[in-house]
Design a protein around this ligand. Structure first.
Ligand code: GDD
Ligand code: MG
Length: 371
């Protein structure tokens, strides 16, 4: 059994090499871990929490493209030492393969944390590590309760915290419990022996079930906020929930010429012309320019967007650098890709999405994907 003592280096590996197909077209131009949540990349939220919990070093397990985007965006490291471990070209290693690949970086001295880079979670990692060292488990999974667990990994817990069975994405109504893998766990170095080298391996399908069968898998029930940002609506909801939780700390912009309906989050360098109504739940990224008499609510607007006069945006995600003309209407559930141009007087039907850099010059009258 390991025990973590003061002075040991605490390490975490972040899995962030997957392909976020359900967040297209926004995920065509950025990995999920860099999606902004209330104007801060998800990865920065993760780094902050890890640093607050005494973690010293992070290994980013990514593919080459994700590494490129992270290096380009440079989210603040919050005092952590950050290293990259890259999947081989054209060979994604799954969720366990990248852990095996990073074996040397992680070392064999102490247990380490593994996180999915696409979840927002208020996990007490210190407690998670401590719980792990108190049992003889080789893996301790942070568990959270969900009404419908079928889209996740589900744990069947017995004898307090021991997991007797782990089933990844069970068929609907066949889940043994409502306790899901929150996408964060602690592994003891012995787990490296359970991961075959040089091929894609799923920790959830190939390693956890084996550890459960050997009675070496444990659970840790987390408290607090947990959110997956896998689908557009979940992404919008996560922004709203975080905004609610921090809105008391945000300053209300002062202007007599615009109407602000809280909660809102407005980043640096944003300009808003007179007569516009912002909020509730408008999250506006850096350097966005908003024209006169614009209405924005229930929406996330990425940085460097320009929005013309008299435009209405409600329930929409607008990608970075998009140009939205005058008197445009963007309906609920629309996703506008990065650098898209929408011409003046155009209406886009609810639930439509537009791929990066496309130009829209005519009304879209029914839900459509413009690619
Ligand atoms: N480096 C690398 N290489 N990372 C990968 C790869 C890969 O080939 N495949 C997936 N990942 C990363 C993803 O970027 C993500 O951060 C994490 O591993 C999990 O993969 P997902 O594809 O997002 O899995 P999921 O959401 O269907 O299910 C997982 O997360 C749930 C919680 O959100 C599982 O761990 C479930 O058990 C869990 O409940
Ligand atoms: Mg996921």
């Amino acid at each position: 059994m390991y025990s973590i003592t003061k002075g040991d280096t605490v390490k975490a590996l972040i899995l962030a090499g997957g392909f976020a197909t359900r967040l297209r077209p926004l995920s065509c131009t950025r990995p999920k871990t860099l999606f902004p949540l209330v104007n801060k990349p998800l990865l920065q939220w993760i780094f902050e929490r890890l640093a607050d919990n005494g973690v010293d070093e992070v290994v980013m397990a990514v593919n080459a493209l994700t590494q490129f985007y992270i290096r380009q965006q440079k989210p603040p490291k919050c005092g952590l030492k950050v290293r990259f471990s890259i999947d081989p070209p054209k060979m994604p290693l799954g969720t366990a393969g990248p852990i095996k690949k990073a074996e040397k970086l992680l070392g064999h001295n102490e247990p380490f944390i593994v996180l999915n880079g696409d979840i927002f979670a208020d996990i007490n990692y210190k407690k998670l590590l401590r719980t792990h060292t108190e049992t003889n488990a080789l893996a301790t999974i942070a568990l959270c309760t969900l009404e419908d667990p079928s889209a996740f990994g589900v744990a069947d817990v017995c004898n307090g915290n021991q997991i007797k069975q782990f089933i990844e994405k069970p068929p609907k109504n066949e889940a043994p419990s409502n306790l899901i893998n929150a996408g964060a766990y602690v592994l003891s170095p012995k787990v490296f022996e359970y991961i075959p080298e040089g091929r894609a391996v799923s920790i959830e399908r190939e390693v956890f079930p084996k550890l459960a069968a050997e009675s070496r898998l444990s659970g840790f029930r987390m408290e607090g906020l947990w959110m997956d940002i896998g689908k557009p609506q979940e992404y919008l909801d996560a922004n709203k929930t975080i905004l609610d939780s921090i809105s008391s700390k945000l300053k209300k912009p002062k202007s007599k010429k615009i109407n602000i309906s809280l909660p809102v989050a407005i980043d640096k360098g944003v300009t808003i012309a007179e007569g516009s109504t912002i909020g509730p739940y408008a999250i506006i990224g850096k350097n966005v320019k908003v024209g006169k008499n614009v209405q924005i609510c229930d929406s996330v607007v990425f940085p460097d967007v320009e929005i013309g006069d008299d435009t209405t945006i409600s329930g929409v995600i607008v990608g970075e650098g998009a140009r939205i003309g005058k008197n445009v209407k963007l309906g609920k559930g629309c996703i506008i890709g990065d650098l898209v141009k929408v011409k003046d007087n155009v209406g886009i039907h609810e639930s439509s999405s537009v791929c990066p850099a496309k130009e829209i010059s005519e009304n879209i009258l029914k839900p459509k994907v413009v690619c």
